[in-house]
Design a protein around this ligand. Structure first.
Ligand code: ADP
Ligand code: MG
Length: 249
């Protein structure tokens, strides 16, 4: 795969929950090292789109290729699913750490179980990424002993331990007290600067403006506007995007 092949390509994808049409033919391309911000009103399908990208949801129509793996192929199999799950990391609004495990145990679980690394190798890796998110000293803490911002940084470090090529973030700062948002965005900004391919559902417009190469505005299951951060956020074309942006301020 070369750099001109998109890391993620979705074409006309559809997703229904029984009679509810949630994604109504969505298309886009995300290239390597690109950071894409997905914005839009609550319920418009942002999380569903993100979940389709790592197959937490299956699609009902269209064509979807992620990191060279065709998720829309009728013979998509378990081996490809495993591959996909190691190559694509996901960070959720609610952190999803295992409460009964220490930070270190949270981090080494998947490298040991999924990648077959030894505990020692995994712990080394975990140390590296905890250092990176500024939490090396919290290795033996339990999640409940951490602030929301620290928990989310641990969740990011945990994802990075799988050495993913693409990272998906679903409103990673929405559950945080305002004063803790910055420390998480800073870690994400650093990751972006290092060349990670990132898809970020967010309401943080300053982050989108400063870090995203591409912004996708979704509304009612379609891509309503799409372009550079400057085009979409500074120069919105539609009334619904203007309205959406004005309500955030
Ligand atoms: P957003 O992330 O933009 O707020 P979602 O993708 O979570 O929106 O949801 C889009 C729509 O799909 C909403 O109407 C939501 O209620 C519905 N939905 C999401 N997940 C499910 C599900 N598992 N079953 C049924 N409906 C769902
Ligand atoms: Mg959502």
């Amino acid at each position: 795969m070369n750099n001109s092949t998109p890391a993620i390509a979705f074409e006309n994808i559809e997703k229904n929950f029984s009679s509810l049409k949630v994604l109504k033919g969505i298309s886009g391309k995300i290239y390597r090292t690109e950071v894409v911000a997905i914005i839009g009103p609550s319920g418009c399908g942002k999380s569903t789109l993100l979940r389709c990208l790592n197959r937490l949801e299956t699609i009902d129509g269209g064509h979807l290729v992620v990191n060279g793996i065709d998720l829309s192929h009728p013979h998509f199999n378990h081996r490809q699913l495993r591959q996909l799950r190691t190559q694509v990391g996901m960070v959720f609004q609610q952190f999803n750490l295992f409460p009964h495990l220490t930070v270190l145990e949270n981090l080494i679980l998947a490298p040991c179980k999924v990648l077959g690394k030894t505990r020692k190798e995994s712990a080394q890796l975990a140390g590296l990424y905890l250092e990176k998110v500024g939490l090396f000293d919290k290795a033996s803490a339990y999640p409940e002993q951490l602030s929301g911002g620290q928990k989310q940084r641990v969740a990011i470090a945990r994802s990075l331990c799988m050495n993913p090529q693409i990272m998906l973030f679903d409103e990673p700062t929405s559950a945080l007290d305002p004063e803790l948002v910055g420390e998480v965005l800073q870690v994400m900004q650093q990751l972006a600067a290092e060349g990670m391919t990132m898809v970020v559902v967010t309401h943080e417009m300053q982050f989108a403006r400063e870090v995203a190469n591409q912004v996708i505005f979704m509304d009612k299951g379609v891509v309503a506007e799409q372009g550079s951060a400057h085009e979409v956020l500074t120069n919105p074309q539609s009334d619904r995007l203007r309205l959406f942006l004005s309500r955030l301020n």
